[in-house]
Design a protein around this ligand. Structure first.
Ligand SMILES: Nc1nc2c(ncn2[C@@H]2O[C@H](COP(=O)(O)OP(=O)(O)OP(=O)(O)O)[C@@H](O)[C@H]2O)c(=O)[nH]1
Length: 551
């Protein structure tokens, strides 16, 4: 039988603790603000500074536990700055400016309250409320920053520039999606020698991915970047399309569909508890307590992971997994057993019959989230690798044709129009001839990144062949599609590529057809019509989008 679990009591205890802590915060923040006021005075005495340090330290240590993680991070960052100042590491000439500190703390608190998280777990980190991704670019070279900023902007990022590390405090760490750091942007004089000891504490408040840039492409430079907390490293001169592709992968732009997890568990309280935790982490969860409904629920909910109680009434979890594995489409669904079973022999048996892992009861919330996310991510990656073109990450020729067939079927049922776009890089042979095949590949890959950034997650984007792309835009009539593709065409033309020490630009041509224009068309005919319109665009001078003519 499943373990009993008193979630309600746990949650109400946590809620009352949190309410009490929230009241305490009012007092603490007011005290910190008043101490900062004194610190800004002419000659703050050591006691005031120590008291301020102590207050920030206490806040940094406690806020996260009570469900205010952003406030905790911000307090920790300010505490470190103050500690540097007290140890004389901060510039003596600039003094310690605490002007915006109280505001930064309040901002972090507001961010936490917006993303209320239970049990002190971090909510999904996304500041994507306006569909934009906010990037801070720490770069000393103003011209380079302007160039990189503009190019990244065309890839859909909103970029703000910081000239040196002193400006890092301006960043609202809670709404930063990505930080790109020029390794030489430190305020230390001999910045080439600056290592992870310097960067790590400075970047500690950022909980977004960090990419380092630097002048050398060496193992040492890459290792330093890792030690400083960076996920990626790019050597200069920067290949911005490649940087954009990497950044997009890190941020999983427009690929944020919630993971679908099915919990099969007869203890309703434990099931609800797990559901609550996983939903807090942004996943979509369904619970099943009656094993005989297994096939129906799996078919309707289409889970990407099953959390399976090992012993249910009248049937075992292992038996249910064996039933699922009789169906080709469910045979490889990842299964995590929830169990208090500690016998190695029983565990081995369960794993041998199709399970992937064990999660012990009582379930640890963080482990539950990380295990679920990592399993689903892995499956998604594998699926992606099977159906995606290696160079662009777009759908392969075969999968985009399958998607077209499915969209056509669905549009026949719903009578909703969809558009088909055929798109091609202009004079691409000349790119290969002048700059080489590898540079040509970079341009193709940049088109892939570009398309992913500019279209919705529900749009289907494929590499049809060589330098030709096919797009399926559900719910979009041809005129709208022409407008969207034309905007994309214009933005792409502004991207600067490099090859043989020269810069160059590329343009795109496209043809568009929609399903309402050609009500009797089968999928292949729609492709043909869009292809004819593309031919028309090429014939009329390229770098343009043409609409297919109705019969
Ligand atoms: N680098 C690279 N080149 C490719 C790839 N696939 C196809 N190509 C090349 O793309 C070029 C396409 O040339 P064409 O079909 O003549 O078209 P184009 O030069 O783009 O001219 P228009 O389409 O008429 O503007 C050929 O030289 C192919 O070899 C690829 O995966 N990588």
């Amino acid at each position: 039988m499943a373990d009993s679990f008193d979630t309600q009591a746990l949650n109400s205890r946590l809620d009352s603790l949190k309410t009490a802590y929230r009241q305490r915060l009012e007092r603490e923040l007011a005290e910190i603000e008043s101490a900062m006021g004194t610190a800004r005075g002419n000659a703050p005495n050591n006691d005031t500074m120590q008291a301020l340090h102590h207050a920030l330290h206490r806040l940094a240590g406690s806020a996260g536990t009570f469900g205010f993680p952003q406030l905790g991070y911000q307090a920790r960052a300010l505490e470190r700055r103050l500690a540097d100042h007290l140890e004389g590491k901060e510039s003596q000439t600039s003094g310690l400016s605490t002007t915006h500190w109280a505001e930064l703390l309040q901002k972090a608190l507001r961010a936490d309250e917006r993303r209320e998280s239970a049990l002190g777990l971090e909510s999904q980190s996304t500041s994507d409320t306006d569909g934009q991704r906010h990037v801070w670019l720490l770069e000393r070279d103003v011209m380079l920053a302007e160039y990189v900023g503009q190019q990244l902007q065309s890839f859909g990022f909103e970029v703000k520039h910081l000239r040196d590390t002193a400006a890092l405090n301006q960043c609202d760490t809670t709404s930063t999606d990505l930080l790109i750091v020029d390794h030489r942007a430190s305020t230390v004089e001999d910045s080439e020698t600056v290592g992870s000891d310097y960067w790590k504490p400075l970047l500690a408040a950022f909980h977004c991915p960090i990419i380092f840039t630097g002048s050398e492409d060496t193992f040492h430079a890459r290792l330093q970047a890792v030690r400083s907390g960076a996920r990626g490293y790019f050597a200069k001169p920067l290949d911005v399309p490649q940087l954009a592709a990497y950044a997009a992968r890190l941020l999983k732009m427009k690929d944020g569909e919630p993971e679908r997890v099915l919990i099969i568990e007869d203890d309703a309280t434990l099931a609800k508890y797990c559901q609550h935790i996983l939903e807090q982490a942004g996943m979509k969860v369904s619970c099943l307590s009656e094993p005989e409904k297994l096939l129906q629920v799996v078919s309707e909910f289409d889970p990407e992971l099953i959390l399976m109680d090992l012993s249910l009434p009248h049937v075992s979890g292992v038996e249910l997994v064996a039933v699922l594995s009789q169906f080709e489409r469910w045979a490889h669904l990842p299964i995590v057993y929830l169990s208090a079973e500690s016998s190695p022999q029983k565990r081995t048996e369960a794993l041998m019959t199709g399970g992937d892992a064990f999660l012990e009861k009582p379930v640890d919330p963080k482990l539950l989230i990380s295990l679920s996310q990592s399993r689903v991510r892995r499956v998604r990656e594998l699926k992606h690798a099977m159906t995606r073109d290696g160079l662009t990450g777009l759908m392969t020729h075969a999968s985009i044709k399958e998607a077209l067939e499915a969209e056509w079927q669905s549009s026949k049922r719903t009578a909703k129009a969809f558009s088909v776009v055929m798109l091609d890089i202009d004079h691409f042979k000349a790119v290969n001839d002048r700059y080489g095949h590898a540079v040509g590949n970079l341009v193709i890959s940049a088109v892939g990144t570009f398309l992913r950034q500019h279209f919705r997650a529900t749009d289907r984007l494929g590499r049809y062949g060589g330098e030709e792309f096919a797009l399926i835009l559900p719910g979009c009539i041809a005129e709208k599609a022409v407008q969207l593709v034309d905007e994309l065409r214009e933005a792409f033309a502004a991207i600067r590529f490099f090859g043989n020490n020269k810069q160059f630009y590329c343009t795109l041509s496209a043809g568009v057809a929609d399903s309402h224009q050609f009500p009797n068309a089968v999928p292949d005919t729609l492709i043909e019509k869009a292809d004819q319109a593309l031919y028309e665009a090429k014939h009329s001078g390229r770098n343009q989008v043409c609409l297919a003519l109705s019969d």
